[in-house]
Ligand binder design. Structure first.
Ligand code: ZN
Length: 475
């Protein structure tokens, strides 16, 4: 019995000792001083590229659960938000020569979807589901303009636009659409709509192409009618006609002049010939946009001074403008020092126009400085008279001007140019001189056209039958 009691007591004592020890250890850790570091925000952060990284920081103190003293923290590491990557940030707390650190990972990524901007409200598609031209743009925070990457799809009665940036973020927009085709085919005549053939020469049609947005190539379905009798002087019409599968019709007429000698046909009263020298250049595209907007055809006396823009010759020609020759180099000292130099230079620009237009041989000319320039005699006395004669023999026709815009040096003011032109328009015809290499002059064109249209003028491109307008040669 005694032995049993003794054993019980021993057990109680043992348990008491163990419990006391545990309480002691517990209190020791509870009261022990140490750093307490708590990250504000996530340990792994993902932020968008080019955004601002705002440091969330840490809460740091030194002490125990009853009392913890705030301590200073040093931050090590930088986040370059302009460059994708993983950036490690370290937080080092120090107190009484002791320190402790924790860290966080900041990932800079492109996590932003591109923007799809629908610049129209109504969309339509072809009867064969081909998606029509639409005005939708895409921009991205990293890749910039992604408009050319937009993909379209027709699904479940919706037209879907999709675009992905280089990081794989995808933007999708769905719109309603109508199924219809109101766009007529486009017939492009390879040699333009105005052709001159010398009496008894052979005339060969240089061909055409017909393109329809919905139906594709309709060249072989296009009907051609009309004949040219090159044995007889006169104006002949060739008609090109086509209908697409939705019944949209296009008719184009080509005028072929058969001539023995160049004839001049008086234009209707109040005709304006807008002419642009020295280009094509930086502002030619802008000018062509304005001319297109008002369906005005003009004349470009072109050079090779800004070859980077030479494709504007192709565009101007295809859009129905007259292309004339203003020499290749526009270098007075070279072209006016001999007839041979001038003709060689003229031939260079003529070949270039021929190449860029698919075979058009321009016979329209404007002399640099005009027929009455007084610079040429510095290089060769009498050369302008010689050149005028040489051009005539070769079937060229040169044009001066009777309305000065003043953009050749007199003014750089767009309003002044508008005023110069509109205040000197003639009752019969006006040949206006401007330069499409001058931004302030190109900017005047829209107002000049508006003025002309509001006041009963009509606009024509120059051709070989246009009035032979020359200044008096002065050499
Ligand atoms: Zn010029």
């Amino acid at each position: 019995m005694v032995i049993v009691v003794n054993a019980k007591k021993k057990l109680i004592v043992l348990i008491s000792i163990i419990l006391s020890l545990l309480i002691f250890i517990f209190l020791f850790f509870l009261l022990k001083s140490d750093f307490k570091l708590t990250l504000n925000g996530k340990k792994n952060m993902v932020i968008n590229i080019n955004s601002v990284y705002e440091e969330p920081n840490v809460d740091a103190c030194y002490g125990n659960i009853f009392k913890c003293k705030k301590v200073d923290v040093r931050i090590k590491g930088v986040v370059n938000t302009n460059k994708e990557g993983n950036y490690k940030i370290e937080y080092i707390a120090t107190y009484n020569k002791k320190s402790k650190k924790i860290s966080r990972m900041v990932q800079v990524r492109d996590i932003e979807k591109p923007n799809l901007i629908l610049e129209q409200n109504e969309f339509s598609i072809c009867l064969n589901n081909k998606v029509k031209n639409y005005n939708v743009k895409a921009t991205d925070n990293v890749d910039g303009d992604l408009t050319s990457q937009i993909k379209t799809e027709v699904k479940n009665d919706k037209l879907i636009f999709k675009v992905k940036d280089s990081a794989g973020n995808e933007q999708i927009k769905k719109v309603d659409y109508k199924k219809e085709d109101k766009e007529p085919p486009i017939i492009t005549l390879n040699e333009g709509s105005l052709v001159y053939v010398k009496l008894n020469d052979k005339y060969v049609d240089k061909g055409f192409t017909t393109e329809d947005f919905c139906d594709g190539d309709l060249t072989s379905q296009t009907q051609v009618s009309g004949e040219v009798n090159t044995q007889k002087e006169g104006k002949y019409e060739i008609k090109y006609q086509v209908k697409d599968s939705s019944g949209n019709e296009t008719k184009v007429i080509k005028n072929v002049f058969v001539y023995a000698d160049l004839i001049t046909v008086n234009p209707p009263n109040k005709t304006i010939y807008l002419t642009f020298d020295d280009g094509p250049g930086e502002y030619t595209a802008e000018l062509l946009d304005v001319l297109k907007k008002y369906n005005v055809k003009a004349t470009f006396f072109v050079t090779n001074q800004y070859p980077a823009y030479e494709n504007m010759i192709t565009r101007a020609y295809n859009e129905g403008h007259a292309i004339g020759l203003h020499t290749y180099t526009h270098n007075y000292a070279y072209i006016y020092s001999s007839v041979e130099n001038y003709l060689a230079d003229l031939n260079n620009i003529s070949q270039k126009v021929k190449k860029l237009t698919g075979g058009y041989e321009s016979k329209l000319v404007r002399f640099p400085g005009g027929g009455s320039n007084t610079i040429s005699k510095k290089y060769k006395i009498g050369i302008m008279s010689e050149l005028a004669q040489e051009l005539k023999i070769r079937g060229y026709k040169y044009f001066d001007w009777n309305v000065l815009s003043g953009d050749a040096g007199e003014t750089k003011d767009t309003n002044q140019i508008i005023n110069n032109v509109t205040s000197s328009l003639k009752n019969n015809y006006s040949i206006v001189l401007q330069h499409d290499v001058k931004s302030y002059s190109v900017k005047a064109v829209e107002e000049i056209i508006k003025f002309g249209k509001n006041n009963g003028y009509n606009f024509l491109p120059l051709d070989l039958t246009s009035p032979d307008y020359h200044h008096r040669i002065n050499n």
